[in-house]
Design a protein around this ligand. Structure first.
Ligand SMILES: Nc1ncnc2c1ncn2[C@@H]1O[C@H](COP(=O)(O)OP(=O)(O)OP(=O)(O)O)[C@@H](O)[C@H]1O
Ligand SMILES: [Mg+2]
Length: 231
């Protein structure tokens, strides 16, 4: 993972080799796309003449590769008990019934998703993110076409690890970018709070579904999620 200056959090740039490694394609592919005008060449660093790719460029290229093929959604609302987990679970079943392969990721330390599905996981999200355990060892099969990456109370280890990385959102994206090719749909259930895992999930999916209950406090949650999306 490229090491970035924490002071440059919002104006950080990657070179072409770093972008290629992050997205999982070859540098030559990026150069070919640039030559063919499929992607626009970024400015160059005046000091070392490297191309300077921004975070937005990386997301654009990634989405271009998988546009129309992979569905990624985070189900979020800062308000608790508004059906985030139930919606995630129901959508997973709906997609699986349509023949799609679904990955469910629980980022809530309550671990409700695993409980609702009656799973008994022995490996958890933080072990995939922090301990770099093999993805296949961390998932639990809930259905022929539904795999689940469960969470538990030790999620704070993942939070601390991602917080310590100056480019944590892209680290998260890279981890899931490696495994998403196994699936047609990635659904992420989050905790009823704003935390780094939720931010990473929002950057990764770029699609947020906000379930609400018909009460005033529940309806305030979407505004907070919306503001976080813009941060
Ligand atoms: N459409 C629904 N109709 C009736 N009850 C529902 C519906 N959706 C969820 N529930 C119930 O509401 C409760 C809370 O749902 P759920 O756990 O999905 O909410 P949540 O937003 O994930 O909660 P948390 O913020 O604690 O993670 C559960 O008991 C669930 O069974
Ligand atoms: Mg929940």
């Amino acid at each position: 993972m490229p090491q970035l200056n924490s002071n440059a959090r919002h104006r950080v740039f990657l070179n072409t080799a770093e972008v290629a490694s992050l997205i999982g394609i070859s540098k030559q592919t990026i150069l070919n796309w640039m030559n063919r005008g499929i992607i626009i060449e970024p400015q160059r660093n005046p000091v070392n003449n490297y191309r300077q790719w921004s975070e937005a460029d990386v997301l654009r290229i990634r989405d271009m590769i998988r546009s129309g093929t992979l569905i990624r959604i985070v189900i979020a609302n800062q308000r608790g008990g508004v059906s985030k987990t139930t919606t995630t679970h129901t959508l997973a079943r709906l997609f699986a019934d349509q023949g799609k392969r679904v990955l469910l990721v629980d980022t809530d330390s309550q671990g409700s998703l695993g409980q609702v599905l009656g799973l008994k996981p022995i490996r958890f999200l933080h072990e995939f993110i922090v301990n770099d355990l093999a993805f296949e060892d961390c998932i639990v099969k809930a259905h022929e076409r539904i795999d689940v990456l469960c969470s538990n109370r030790e999620n704070n280890k993942a939070e601390i690890s991602l917080q310590g990385m100056t480019f944590g959102e892209l680290a998260f994206m890279r981890l899931f970018g490696r495994v998403e090719k196994l699936y047609d749909v990635v659904l992420i259930d989050v905790a009823p709070s704003i935390n780094i895992l939720q931010t990473c999930a929002m950057v990764y999916t770029k699609n947020v579904l906000i379930p609400v209950a018909m009460d005033v406090l529940s309806l305030q949650g979407p505004w907070r999620v919306w503001k976080q999306r813009d941060c």
